[in-house]
Design a protein. Structure first.
Lengths: 432, 265
């Protein structure tokens, strides 16, 4: 009875804090400007099913894809087991599904155990790739101590959770063989039965082992749940809405700024009366709140895998630009802005901005807008949109484009071509 | 080779005669001014004339689409250019456009509709594919590419930007040649380094230039010809080949040039 009470309190506290942190992230995302991503719902569901659920963009790197698939499918399916643990915890039952499901239960548990082994294997391979092999993709200026530790914490936690799950089953299995207490026979336990010989023989020691692992497993899961909002691992949730709200246009199509259209039309035709769509604070983006909510959602979705940076032509050839850093900087800055609001109120200004304090101009001007990063992202994140918005701010608000680009602008404006040739010579090619 | 002077019809002439061409050939700034790209422009005209499509160009009435301004962040300048160009295009009642440049193609096709300019836009490699499919273009009567190792460099704004991967390859597949793919091709293609207005500025400091990185891919597959479909890629790849002293071994040719050569136009 006391155990049930403690369980319910822990569960309630975990759910409360998780909810609180998620709503904070939601609030932060909605600090972004509006953009309409609600058209074509049928297509959006399809994109989400394909990219997030089906993980079709992962397969470009087959080893990572297979390992990631083990963890992903393990996570989803083993959660069925967590449902049972929750019910047992609240009602003080033990393996409540064992009796009603009968033979199917043993089959399911067997499946969970196999998956647990696959998850364990994948986590160990992933740890080796990061810490032993030192894959280039997991290095780079933005991969400082915290992102590296974050990745390791996630993998180690998953290893501990799976180990606890298998040890718990092993102790349970052994108790079943002893026909001890309420430990009903519940299947063959294909993996944990192999671990059983390693455990103590006495029933009381086995009960302690089983209970400790049970509590460690479920409390561990609840702690992990609360770690998510602070971690890149949040992608397991945001991958779904993020792909649902994907850009459905061809990648080459950049947005046309409506605020500029109004000004240009007014300039070309003095009788033009602009539609009032609320004057924007500024052209382009200086800080995260100038970006759209979708840009900010993408920042929180990024799991720092570095596929974008590894295909970026600027990064490959040694330039400062790293698309992953663009996303990580955006997340760090919006988190900072959110924390400022919590501490100092809604209108607090901290004299910092995404431009210059986080992302330098040198990074922004190194982009070739080739869309390789957008193509590479397994969850359809678009770093190019953020880069473009920041270029727009630098050019249109500050007039601080590199001198050679200003020359190009001047040529386009005066000669109708980016080079210094006369418009009258434009058709000379026909006479060669 | 046929060296007769080309008579290039302009929209203004056509309009004066009360005629409307089937398709407008949008030449682009590089195609109008860059020495190498001008040859490609003329080759595209040769193809159009060879198959007897009624076409015209804007000539001196053509203007930059605004693409480099837009990628560099100058939305004002882009929209000024776009709205002026749309006025010219609509003034001639233009419905269908073929471009010689993936940047012009992308801009007119994707970004002009939002500003009121709605046209059916294709890139010249798509036109070539359509002509091949219709049996109007073959690869005979000209230079033989038989047995040559040819690779194709995907321009970003044609490939990833607009998912056009097969049309340019179709133009190479009819050549009876050995088409080899670089390790970074199609949606994984590596940029030549010129996009996003990089063509008009010096690169940021780094270990090497992007076109040198790309040429290494070309050298790796031992290609004798690297086919391009974009005037900016053409410049970058040609410079890369020169930089690596491979001018004798590797030729950079546009899909239109290859088509013209193969057909002896």
């Amino acid at each position: 009875m006391i155990a049930q009470l403690i369980f319910i309190i822990i569960l309630a506290v975990a759910v409360y804090f998780f909810g609180k942190n998620v709503s904070k992230i939601r609030r932060n995302i909605l600090l972004g400007k509006d953009t309409d991503r609600n058209d074509q719902p049928a297509l959006r569901w399809k994109v989400m099913a394909k990219i997030a659920l089906g993980q079709t963009k992962m397969v470009k790197r087959p080893v990572a894809a297979v390992m990631h698939f083990f963890i992903y499918i393990g996570f989803i399916i083993i959660n069925l087991e967590v449902l049972e643990i929750m019910i047992d915890g609240i009602f003080g039952s033990h393996r409540i599904f064992a009796h009603p499901l009968g033979g199917l239960y043993g089959f399911l548990i067997g499946g969970f155990e196999m998956l647990a082994v696959l998850v364990l294997t994948a986590c160990i391979v992933f740890l080796c790739r990061r810490n032993v092999v030192h894959l280039k993709r997991f290095t780079g200026t933005e991969m400082t101590q915290w992102p590296k530790s974050d990745a390791n914490y996630i993998l180690i936690t998953e290893i501990l959770l799976m180990t606890a799950f298998l040890t718990m089953n092993a102790a349970d299995y052994k108790l079943q063989l002893l026909h001890f207490g309420h430990y009903v026979t519940a299947g063959s336990f294909p993996v944990s039965s192999l671990l059983a010989p390693l455990l103590p023989g006495s029933a009381s020691a086995l009960v302690i082992t089983e209970r400790v692992c049970w509590w460690f497993h479920i409390v561990g899961i609840l702690c992990f749940l609360n770690y998510l909002p602070y971690s890149k691992h949040f992608h397991i949730l945001l991958a779904f809405p993020n792909t649902y709200y994907s850009n459905l246009n061809p990648k080459g199509k950049f947005t046309n700024m409506a605020s500029v259209t109004n000004e240009v039309k007014a300039m070309l035709d003095p009788s033009f009366v602009p539609e009032n769509n609320g004057d924007p604070a500024r052209f382009g983006a200086k800080d995260v709140t100038d970006l759209t909510w979708k840009n900010l959602m993408e920042a929180y979705t990024c799991t720092e895998c570095g596929r974008c940076t590894s295909v970026c032509p600027a990064n490959i050839t040694g330039k400062l630009l790293s698309p992953r850093k663009i996303m990580m900087d955006t997340r760090d800055r919006i988190t900072e802005v959110g924390n400022n609001i919590d501490k100092h109120g809604k209108d607090h200004q901290d004299d910092k901005s995404l431009l210059d304090n986080y992302i330098t101009r040198e990074e922004l001007w190194a982009c070739t807008s080739c869309n390789a990063c957008v193509e590479a992202c397994p969850v359809n994140i678009n770093p190019l949109e953020i880069i473009t918005e920041m270029r727009r701010y630098i050019v249109m608000e500050e007039s601080q484009a590199p001198a050679s680009l200003n020359n190009m602008f001047g040529n386009v404006e005066n000669n109708g071509a980016p080079w210094k040739y006369s418009q009258a010579d434009r058709f000379n090619w026909a006479e060669e | 080779m046929n060296n007769e002077p080309l008579a290039i019809p302009t929209m203004a002439e056509m309009a004066a005669q009360g005629k409307e061409p089937e398709i407008l050939f949008w030449v682009g700034c590089a195609g109008s001014f860059d020495e190498r790209a001008r040859k490609i422009t003329r080759d595209i005209c040769k193809i159009l004339q060879h198959v007897g499509i009624s076409y015209a160009v804007l000539g001196t009435e053509e203007n930059c689409t605004g693409d480099p301004a837009k990628r560099a962040g100058n939305e004002f300048l882009f929209q000024m250019q776009a709205i002026m160009n749309i006025q010219v295009l609509d003034g001639y009642n233009i419905k269908k456009i073929v471009t010689g440049c993936p940047h012009c193609f992308n801009t007119i096709k994707n970004e002009y509709p939002g500003l009121g300019g709605n046209y059916e836009v294709i890139h010249h490699t798509q036109l070539i594919q359509q002509l091949i499919d219709a049996g109007k273009l073959k690869a005979e009567g000209g230079e033989s590419f038989k047995g040559k190792r040819i690779t194709y460099h995907d321009p970003c704004y044609l490939g990833r930007g607009n998912d056009v991967y097969e049309a340019p390859r179709a133009a190479l597949e009819i050549l009876d040649t050995e088409l080899v793919e670089m390790k970074r091709c199609k949606s994984n293609g590596l940029c030549c380094g010129a996009g996003g207005a990089q063509m008009f500025k010096e690169p940021e400091p780094g270990k090497k230039d992007i076109n040198i990185e790309r040429i290494a891919d070309v050298i790796e597959v031992k290609a004798q010809v690297v086919a391009a479909a974009c005037p900016f890629c053409m410049t970058m790849l040609t410079d890369g080949v020169k930089n690596q002293d491979k001018e004798q071994e590797i030729k950079v040719l546009d899909i239109a040039e290859i088509t013209v050569r193969a057909n002896g136009l």
